[in-house]
Write a protein that binds this ligand. Structure first.
Ligand SMILES: [Zn+2]
Length: 274
């Protein structure tokens, strides 16, 4: 098993070309997957296989995810100075509407931030203060059958948060989530909050903010509490494929703009795994 998980950020819109715009990148990449005979499959398929619950052929299969849960995951938005951005969900919809639908299992896992006040702060201070970090779209994204809503922590332990976290936790880094109180703050309450809003779906996956996977969560907290929380796996950003030997609580992902910056680089990356 060598399944790449590719990650995009819908808020990456700094221009209208591939390297500066993850909406352009996702659309180009979706066409590339089909041209090269790669099939996009749901995260669940890869995790079923890893947990010994699946018997699917995952040869030339890959998984898509996106982080931070801006509204641009879900809706089209008029971006200041750069015009209309389609949003990831409509990129997926266009891909499945292509003649003969070359991607019948197309699916993307969206890791969202739970805390509404942290989201409001990020919208004001890191985006354009145009109300792009809402939660109303979470259930509709789930119902689309093309996107699932999963957990990217309570507040990303974002550097702009004004207060410290539990036990004086410093902000701006996720490795500092190293105790039960901090884990409960960043993980448990986030999952509970999201579950309330996406019912009857529920959170099964956790994406570490910044790709920072704290030893405490990977080695102690998730092995002990993962099942209680309904979690099946957690994800970092190590730039490797998921294999049978991968750590279920720190599965690797590739990040667009970091591990590859062009369709050619993505094609080489995939060729090395085929
Ligand atoms: Zn993030």
């Amino acid at each position: 098993m060598r399944v790449p998980i590719l990650t995009y950020h819908a808020a990456n819109v700094a221009g209208s070309e591939y390297p500066q715009n993850d909406h352009v990148a996702l659309q180009v990449d979706l066409a590339l997957f089909s041209r090269l005979g790669w099939r996009v499959v749901p995260m669940d398929w890869a995790i079923d296989e890893l947990l010994g619950l699946g018997r699917r052929d995952l040869q030339r299969c890959l998984v898509l995810s996106c982080d931070d849960g801006t509204d641009l995951d879900f809706r089209s938005i008029d971006y200041p100075r750069l015009g209309r951005q389609p949003g990831f969900l409509s990129c997926l919809r266009r891909a499945v509407a292509a003649p003969g639908n070359p991607q019948p299992e197309l699916h993307m896992t969206s890791f969202v931030i739970a805390d509404p006040s942290a989201r409001a702060m990020m919208d004001r201070e890191c985006l354009h203060d145009l109300g792009w970090m809402n939660e109303d779209w979470w259930p509709e994204a789930e119902r689309s059958g093309l996107m699932s809503i999963q957990c990217h922590s309570w507040d990303h332990n974002h550097p702009n948060l004004r207060d410290t976290g539990p036990e004086g936790m410093a902000r701006g880094d996720f490795f500092v989530v190293n105790s039960e109180a901090r884990a409960s703050h960043e993980v448990d309450q986030a999952i509970n909050y999201i579950n309330e809003r996406v019912r009857p779906s529920s959170v099964r996956y956790f994406g570490y903010p910044y790709g920072h996977a704290p030893e405490y969560l990977v080695r102690e907290y998730f092995p002990r509490h993962g099942q209680r929380l309904g979690l099946r796996a957690a994800f970092g950003t190590q730039g490797e494929p998921v294999t049978a030997g991968s750590d279920i609580w720190n599965l690797p992902r590739y990040v667009c703009g970091w591990h590859w910056k062009s369709p050619d680089e993505l094609e080489s990356l995939l060729a090395a795994l085929a």
